[in-house]
Design a protein around this ligand. Sequence first.
Ligand SMILES: NC(=O)c1ccc[n+]([C@@H]2O[C@H](COP(=O)([O-])OP(=O)(O)OC[C@H]3O[C@@H](n4cnc5c(N)ncnc54)[C@H](OP(=O)(O)O)[C@@H]3O)[C@@H](O)[C@H]2O)c1
Length: 295
Amino acid sequence: MPRPHLQPADPDTNSDTSPRVLVVGAAGKTGLAVSRALAARRVTVRALVRTGARRPDVLRAGAAEVAVADLASGKGLGAAVSGVDAVYHLAPNVHPDEVGIARRVATAAVAAGVTRLVLHSVLHPHDRSMPHHLRKADAEEVVRAVVPSWTVLQPAAYLQNLLPSARQGSLAVPYSPDAPFTFVDLEDVAQVAATVLTRPGHERATYELAGDLTSVRGLAAEASAVLGHPVRAVGTDPAAWAAGPGRELPAQAREDLLAMFAAYDRRGLAGSATVLTHLLGRHPTTWAEVLRREG
Ligand SMILES: NC(=O)c1ccc[n+]([C@@H]2O[C@H](COP(=O)([O-])OP(=O)(O)OC[C@H]3O[C@@H](n4cnc5c(N)ncnc54)[C@H](OP(=O)(O)O)[C@@H]3O)[C@@H](O)[C@H]2O)c1
């Protein structure tokens, strides 16, 4: 029988008895936040990294163990999943083989006797206008088919994506600044990741994780008030993005992101805050609160 959920270690007991979770993509911005949230709940975090060069970063985020593995080839995955109680799987951003990666991670986990896996997906994965969302929808299906005890999290775009430009006074985005969005605090997402891994009742659940309805223009106005300097909202030309920062990306990643900008321009990316509010037991963290905390 799959272990339905993981009990956090008793604060008075040795950490050797605490549940052990493999965090895939641990050195990325999401993986670091999830690792911190799990470590804060006394979960033993094993960080999966592509190269040992990221070891200091994941250790600083609270990882107790580091596993080096290549998600693209699967090399090192068997050892990475061996002996853990659960896997938190997040794919590298806009990876062309996201579905293959999900299959390799899920299959390796189950082969090693690990039956609990939480998949980090995205809000509205079935949106056909965004190929990288559809790959996440397919990855969800793989996980549901392969893993006995799965949970899928579908986060909206993170508020943190906009923090550096807010600090610099210009939220310049290659889509309409008036499009509707329900950006979410990455720290709230990480708290939910830790909750579904350490509390009962989240097996076979799919949760949309979104914040309050707003727009980039609305965020700019709030940032001006909180940061005390003007923050403008500017819609830029996606072609200029493709010829500028987007030029360094692999062609498929660039095309995926251009498709995403076009979809954002047409209708934004907006969901409901109801499920996140329920899971957190409070209102999701607001942009103003994120700015005061991290600004
Ligand atoms: N950003 C958002 O607003 C948002 C919202 C919802 C969902 N998501 C999803 O969240 C996921 C994570 O996003 P993120 O921005 O946190 O990603 P990220 O910062 O790009 O991190 C991805 C990590 O994966 C590692 N990686 C890449 N290729 C690898 C390979 N072949 N083998 C092993 N590791 C490899 C990278 O290693 P290196 O450090 O060595 O490069 C990196 O540490 C993505 O799937 C994204 O779609 C993001």
